[in-house]
Design a protein around this ligand. Structure first.
Ligand code: SAM
Ligand code: SF4
Ligand code: SF4
Length: 372
């Protein structure tokens, strides 16, 4: 391990994941690394006003979707936000000011990004600016031309959402999706990529383990090995933070037999780092820009009413926004400092904050979040 890798491993969480570590090394520069170190130090010191900028951008090319997954707010039409396609021009407007600091751009949030034909251009643009890209897709609409576009655009990491090894199991969650088509697309991406002698995109088969498919876990692993999938990842099924009938949904979807890492729990879900007495990392590391230009503080939160700002209807640019009153107020929730003009936001009621010892110094502020 090189000196740089050893140093980066010491920096908490983000760089401990080997995929992120690769991005930090591959897409790094002296100024990006200093920004990363500064951001982590500022988080450690619970700073409210930051000199650093986000080093991860989560950006949603569109929040339309062809599928109707029952535990996804987009799938059940309860996103609380108009559906829209991000234009390439808007993408550049949000991306450019942050690009000198970015190691990675997540090219999805709450929709199926490949429905936006400009997504390929956006990925290519990011990659030409030395920013790593990753994308999670249901691959359920991709055709042969789309596969070539995906291989041409410079995407580094592709997550394929495929939960099952039969139409019967897969189709219960990925409503309207065709197992055959997704399987074909995934194997075709790997086949054509290898034929071209390309190393990217790295292909991850992501399998959400649920009651409906838990019996297929070992079959899936065998198929993945045979097919040459680069990463097989089984993940627990989650539930959006404000879904109401949680017990009923948990009983329906959460697996019964699978134990360990992918086991889901029937308890109320807590998000992020609730057990850690340290500030929420989203407020120091990443920015989330939705398809309509609305900025959410993190990717757990999706409703427009919880936006920190809308970049289309505000004069503020993304760099100014990072130290705006609403961002500073959210960070102050993790410090003992109480801001006089505290701006309430969704972060005030978040589980992470409620678990934090500084809640004792918290006072109710009647101010409503600044929006638009
Ligand atoms: C909202 S989706 C958007 C991207 C794309 N439409 C897709 O499904 O891959 C973002 C990620 O959430 C995952 N996801 C969907 N439902 C989930 C659930 N109930 N629990 C955990 N992850 C889920 C998807 O598989 C995907 O990786
Ligand atoms: S495919 Fe993705 S965005 Fe579409 S409904 Fe399912 S999880 Fe949501
Ligand atoms: S809502 Fe919670 S997890 Fe999201 S940014 Fe705010 S404090 Fe962090």
């Amino acid at each position: 391990m090189s000196v740089v890798e050893r140093f980066l491993k010491k920096i908490p969480q983000y760089t401990r994941n080997s995929r992120h570590l690769r991005s930090v090394i591959q897409h790094g520069s002296i100024s990006k690394w200093s920004n990363l170190v500064r951001a982590e130090l500022e988080r450690k010191r619970r700073c409210i006003e930051l000199k650093s900028f986000p080093y991860i951008l989560i950006i949603d090319p569109c929040n339309y979707c062809n599928l109707r997954c029952p535990l996804c707010p987009t799938g059940v039409k309860d996103l609380g936000r108009e559906q829209s396609m991000m234009s390439f021009e808007s993408f550049k407007k949000y991306f450019d000011p942050l690009s000198p600091y970015l190691f990675e751009a997540y090219m999805h949030n709450w929709g199926e990004s490949l429905l936006n034909k400009d997504s390929y251009k956006m990925i290519e643009y990011a990659s030409n600016k030395n920013v790593g890209t990753n994308l999670s897709s249901n691959l359920a609409t991709l055709n042969s031309e789309g596969i070539d576009n995906l291989l041409d655009c410079g995407l580094e990491y592709l997550v394929v959402s495929l939960d099952g090894t039969s139409q019967e199991a897969y189709g219960q969650y990925r409503v309207r999706g065709s197992y055959e088509r997704v399987m074909h697309n995934m194997s075709e991406i790997i086949r054509r990529r290898n034929l071209r002698g390309q190393k990217i995109p790295v292909v991850e088969w992501q399998f959400i383990v649920m009651k409906q498919n838990e019996h297929q876990v070992s079959d899936a692993q065998k198929i993945a090995d045979k097919m040459g999938v680069d990463v097989m990842r089984f993940i627990p099924v989650g539930m959006p933070y404000d879904f109401k009938n949680r017990k009923e949904l948990a009983d329906k979807w959460f697996p019964e037999k699978v134990k360990g890492k992918v086991e889901s729990t029937h308890e109320e879900q807590k998000y992020g780092q609730d057990s850690r007495p340290s500030p929420c990392f989203y407020l120091y590391r990443s920015m989330v820009v939705n398809a309509d230009g609305g900025v959410s503080p993190c990717c757990e939160v999706y409703r427009e009413k919880n936006d920190f700002v809308n970049l289309n209807s505000s004069e503020i640019n993304v760099r100014q926004l990072w130290n705006s009153p609403v961002y500073q107020s959210a960070r102050s929730l993790f410090s003992s400092k109480v801001l006089e003009d505290h701006v309430r936001s969704v972060c005030d009621g978040c589980d992470i904050f409620l678990q934090h010892p500084s809640k004792n110094s918290y006072k109710e502020f009647p101010v409503i979040v600044n929006k638009k």
